[in-house]
Design a protein around this ligand. Structure first.
Ligand code: SF4
Ligand code: SF4
Length: 393
């Protein structure tokens, strides 16, 4: 019903823009399907323990060090020795191969990410708020259904259908793994990470808020109308960000061998909930991370993103440069607290208080239709504030 009312208030310009954006997203997806699916790589080789690391690694597109790490061998293990001479069983080799293959990227997914982000950004900036609605009708602005549809697409298509890779978290970690020689090309990993960072910068953390499959799953769980009372408690940002950034630093110290004395150890490997989308967990800790994150997600907003995810940390840093974002007009804001209450984090509070580094904003749109004086907009940093509609009667 609200959707119908919302749609009836859209101007002709907004309806045509909506159709245009849907056509463009359909074209992006079609290009992705046509140009990428036939090129997906397959591994036909059968790897045996008679072979050496040097024989096997190129077929898996990892370096000798990368394969050694998967086989739980020191990175300086002789790469020409047959694996059975190094004490590796066929079962261990099969397990390592399976894990490496699970990280192979499905390039189609980049197109799906881009399509979701484009649609979501157009929704927040162009047609979520009807031109023909006045401020007294603000509860009709930004209905949740388009957002929920995008989240479902992210979980189902970018998650379960296309598998766990690529995703922003692994995209971040793989750059650093390349630096210690676990992948042959750092350039390709940097390009993949840049793709996610660019999407996060264009629309404030948009890739996290709308398209990341594990982020979307947590968002859907949090959006369920249960356990409402505990949801009013928000974890202090200083705490979540200290844990998240601390974990990131500790991971780098272990990865580069500065702590632990063994280069190539990846803590995030044990905390990777994206394995859920392959329905295969290489370690019980990653299963535990997924279960705990999703369970806590009923009453804490995106716990994995807030406490653990390295891309969550990086995209929080880049928020300062985002081109489209929630902007509060300080001249109109009366500090009534409506947006602070609607926000599942301390992001709106930080914006109202003009903090230099407010908490992460996931562009979730909850605050965009609660302001009684129309002081909140989702807009570009260069545009003038949105023209106020007829004031409420
Ligand atoms: S912060 Fe959350 S939404 Fe963003 S990449 Fe990490 S898991 Fe996904
Ligand atoms: S409610 Fe909070 S997280 Fe969501 S868009 Fe508004 S400020 Fe950002």
């Amino acid at each position: 019903m609200n959707m119908y009312k919302w749609f009836s208030l859209l101007s002709t310009r907004q309806r045509s823009e909506m159709v245009t954006i849907m056509l463009i997203t359909a074209i992006i997806l079609s290009i992705g399907v046509v140009t990428n699916l036939p090129k997906e790589k397959t591994v036909s080789e059968t790897f045996t323990t008679d072979m050496s690391i040097s024989d096997i690694a190129p077929g898996l597109e990892v370096t000798g060090k990368g394969l050694a790490r998967e086989l739980v061998l020191p990175l300086d293990t002789p790469k020409k020795s047959p694996l059975n001479k190094l004490g590796i069983s066929q079962e261990q080799l099969d397990h390592a191969v399976e894990h490496i293959l699970s990280h192979r990227s499905t390039s189609l997914k980049y197109y799906v990410f881009a399509a979701i982000v484009l649609f979501g950004l157009a929704y927040l900036t162009r047609f979520g708020r009807p031109d023909n609605a006045n401020i007294s009708e603000r509860k009709l602005w930004y209905p949740r259904i388009p957002y929920i549809m995008c989240l479902l697409a992210a979980v189902l298509v970018c998650g379960f259908v296309l598998g766990k890779s690529p995703n922003p978290m692994e995209g971040t970690v793989k750059v650093f793994k390349s630096m210690v020689g676990l992948y042959p090309s750092i350039i390709s990993k940097l390009i993949a990470l840049s793709f996610f960072v660019v999407l996060a910068v264009i629309g404030n953390k948009f890739i996290c808020g709308w398209a990341c499959p594990f982020g979307a799953l947590q968002e859907l769980i949090y959006s369920l109308g249960i356990l409402c009372k505990p949801k009013q408690w928000k974890v202090p940002f200083w705490l979540t960000n200290t844990i998240r950034s601390g974990l990131f630093c500790v991971t780098l110290l272990f990865l580069f061998g500065i702590v632990g004395g063994r280069e190539g150890s990846v803590i995030y490997h044990y905390l990777n909930p994206f394995n859920l989308f392959d329905l295969h967990f290489d370690h019980w800790l990653s299963l535990l991370t997924a279960v705990v994150s999703l369970t806590l997600g009923f009453f804490i907003y995106r716990p994995f993103c807030q406490f653990i995810c390295p891309f969550g940390f990086i995209s929080w840093i880049t928020e300062k440069f985002s081109l489209y974002r929630v902007i509060i007009d300080k001249e109109k804001c009366t500090e009534c607290g409506a947006c602070i209450k609607a926000c599942p984090l301390h992001a709106a509070k930080g914006k109202v208080e003009s903090k230099v580094f407010p908490a992460d904003c996931f562009s979730c749109s909850r605050c965009l239709n609660v302001c009684p004086v129309d002081a909140i907009n989702y807009r570009s940093i260069w545009s003038k504030r949105q023209k106020i509609n007829k004031e409420s009667a």
